[in-house]
Design a protein around this ligand. Sequence first.
Ligand code: ZN
Ligand code: FE
Length: 260
Amino acid sequence: MKLIALPAFSDNYLWLWQEGQQAGVIDPGEAAPVLQALANQGLTLAAILVTHHHADHIGGVRELQQATGAQVWGPALEDIPSPFTPVMQGDNWNLLGQRVEVIDVPGHTAGHVAYFLPNAPTSPVLFCGDTLFSGGCGRIFEGTPAQMLASLDSLAALPATTKVCCAHEYTLSNLRFAVAVEPRNTALQTYMAECQQLRKEGMPTLPAQLGKELQINPFLRARHPDVRLAVAQHAGLSATEQTDDVAVFAALREWKNNFR
Ligand code: ZN
Ligand code: FE
């Protein structure tokens, strides 16, 4: 199994999952980079996995489906180009020799799903769309902060070795915010220096590693005393709000929304 991050638009990655001469693609917001990669490497597209309905994740689905005949899977609760196989929490099947499990992760959109490959070689793989980013999380457009926190909790419970394939290269700007929240987190500073170096070399910072995210991503650390205190001070939370996980998480997300 090989994972390739195909850059698209200004900061999207379309993840190409290669298995021998066959391939799957996750969230093809446009078809051209995928068709080119397939042609360059002599691959057949067998599968298209969609995490949510936003245009930068589904824009290339129809063209790819028509050009290759690949089967499409997508969230049951969202409007995805048809025909597609609707999936939801607990669904699992074998694809390209791997077991795929569906995890519901509402918040960014109401029906957002993630795809987890528990038995991928070396370490498990997660395709999480716009739910979890390295150093950050997606904006809450359709769901509630409580839903987004629960979604991130379910991803945080996956094995620490899990490779996290996010749909955007937002890492450096996320880490600038993370440092503002946790200026004394040394793991965060080290990770930021590593990511800056990767970007300088034109390399993706992804896939991220879940265990590392637990050390550096404020949105996975909203219950940590340092994060809780920083958010409480920034947002002027009352003593009761400070003990409410959802209130702290919501204020953290709000802080990031306005952070420049
Ligand atoms: Zn999105
Ligand atoms: Fe997106």
